[in-house]
Design a protein around this ligand. Structure first.
Ligand code: SAM
Length: 462
């Protein structure tokens, strides 16, 4: 027997008391991998002609896996390719969004849960999305900027660095690094990397992360803990030990029986499992932990002094005030001449987080000031609050849109010189500067399409 087959059997058998492990094994070995996406409701309003993910208002299954890189709307943050099971997060978070809330996504890259949560939050809410691995934090930042919401901060820190935000958050999400059992069907390399000692190591790391961030949760708040594993060691055992040590309790989640989610309780830990033989998607386990007591947040007494940003005084803001609409914002300079905006209600918080954390981005990119010129930053094109009346617009075809995302210069002969906003299927995709014989393309190199674009492979979700 090949060693990966032995591993697979071992992992399936370990949950035989929770589900039919033979059926689980058979589906992991023999069935097709479902493909699912979650649409950005601020960019795509129409219903798509695909099977819905039952527990997510904007989730769909696609009939087969396309080359996502060759759809401009994938690059424009119009949808996110995400495991269907993970979209269950909506059922947990939605009841808390009747008022503005503050959310901390601790292990956030590449941004599946973060982009989902920000679409659920009310105006006036805040999301801090953190990722400890630097390269992954930049991918997270790109995905969040493209999703287009204004109220997000992306940081690149260790979970323990957030102690200065004691009692600050209403919801903390720990989508923990894990042994990856739930991904065995999708990524066979996870089978080879799996071992009992890795599970053990993961469970210790998961416990450490939970303890590191617990203090940041307000009393009365919830911590959502999830892994893409089936075993009890990384789920029930981590959660039950944690609630025993902290005096927390698990919350029960209601769901429709025909969603086929498996609820399992052990020593007070209540976990909800998505098994691939029962729900259409990969393996996933989630649990909700309620905090009953602890420190309430106390804002810093003195205004924090962040040295790396300068808030631009109200009287000097005139140049920037028409770039975004319907948005109570402050404007700040990050590096020389690079201007961003952030929610006014969170001015002190912005200074505080810049002082304590390695902030990758906060809010919405606006412009780069060069001499007397204001050049729009590429990320501004994706912002929902961008005031698109300020620039001439050009709707481009599929091939041109992909050339833009490949960072090629474009030919635009029939429009006047200067900055132009490009749209594809009505969705804003970026800016080019028309200089007459060609249009310069400022799309960031690190975000650009690296593969060749063959016209017969191009497609679009709309
Ligand atoms: N929440 C993400 C999403 O929905 O797209 C997926 C998160 S993934 C399951 C777990 C993340 O935890 C990875 O990005 C990984 O880099 C990060 N991670 C790894 N070790 C960590 C640690 N010691 N503390 C915090 N995060 C860690």
């Amino acid at each position: 027997m090949k060693s990966s087959e032995a591993t697979l059997l071992h992992v399936c058998k370990a949950v035989n008391h929770i589900t039919d492990s033979e059926a689980l094994h058979s589906v992991i070995t023999n069935s097709e991998i479902p493909v699912s996406i979650r649409v950005n409701p601020n960019k795509i309003q129409q219903t798509l002609p695909y099977e819905k993910v039952q527990w997510c208002s904007h989730g769909y299954y696609l009939p087969k896996r396309p080359i996502f890189t060759l759809d401009p709307l994938f690059h424009a943050g119009a949808y996110y390719v995400q495991e269907a099971a993970s979209m269950f997060l909506e059922q947990i978070v939605a009841p808390y969004t009747y008022k503005p809330v503050k959310v901390f996504d601790v292990c956030a890259a590449p941004g599946g849960k973060s982009t989902h949560v920000i679409s659920l939050l009310q105006r006036g809410s805040l999301l801090v999305a953190n990722e400890v691995i630097r390269s992954r934090a930049h991918i997270l930042s790109e995905n969040i900027i493209k999703w287009g919401k204004s109220n997000c901060v992306v940081t690149n820190n260790d979970p323990k660095d957030f102690d200065f935000l004691s009692g600050f958050f209403d919801i903390v999400i720990v989508d923990a690094p894990c042994s990856g059992e739930g991904m065995f069907r999708k990524d066979v390399s996870t089978i080879q990397e799996w071992s009992p000692s890795h599970v053990d190591l993961c469970s210790k790391r998961q416990t450490r992360i939970l303890h590191d961030v617990w203090n940041t949760l307000a009393p009365g708040g919830i911590l959502i803990y999830s892994t893409c594993t089936f075993n009890e060691i990384e789920n029930e055992d981590v959660v039950s030990d944690f609630i025993a040590q902290t005096g927390a309790t698990c919350k029960q989640i209601s769901f429709f029986q025909d969603w086929n989610i498996t609820e399992h309780e052990k020593k007070g830990a209540v976990c909800y499992r998505f098994f691939p033989h029962k729900t259409k998607g990969e393996g996933f386990t989630i649990s909700v932990i309620c905090k009953h007591n602890g420190t309430e947040f106390e804002p810093p007494k003195r205004t924090p002094q962040a040295k790396n940003i300068t808030i631009i005084p109200e009287k000097n803001r005139l140049h920037f005030s028409n770039l975004i609409q319907n948005y109570q914002s402050i404007v700040y300079e990050r590096q020389k001449g690079i201007i961003w905006s952030f929610a006014k209600d969170y001015r002190k918080f912005l200074l505080d987080i810049y002082m304590h954390c390695n902030v990758i981005h906060a809010g919405i990119p606006l412009v780069h000031i060069q001499g007397h010129k204001l050049n729009p930053l590429p990320g501004l094109a994706f912002a929902n609050s961008f005031n698109s009346t300020i620039l001439p617009k050009l709707e481009v075809d599929l091939y041109t849109a992909l050339r833009y995302f490949k960072k090629e210069s474009l030919e635009i002969s029939h429009m006047s010189k200067g900055w132009i906003q490009l749209t594809y299927k009505g969705v804003s995709i970026g800016f080019v500067k028309n200089i007459g014989n060609r249009a310069n393309n400022p799309y960031p190199q690190e975000w650009s399409i690296k593969m060749n674009v063959h016209q017969n492979q191009m497609w679009s979700i709309l």
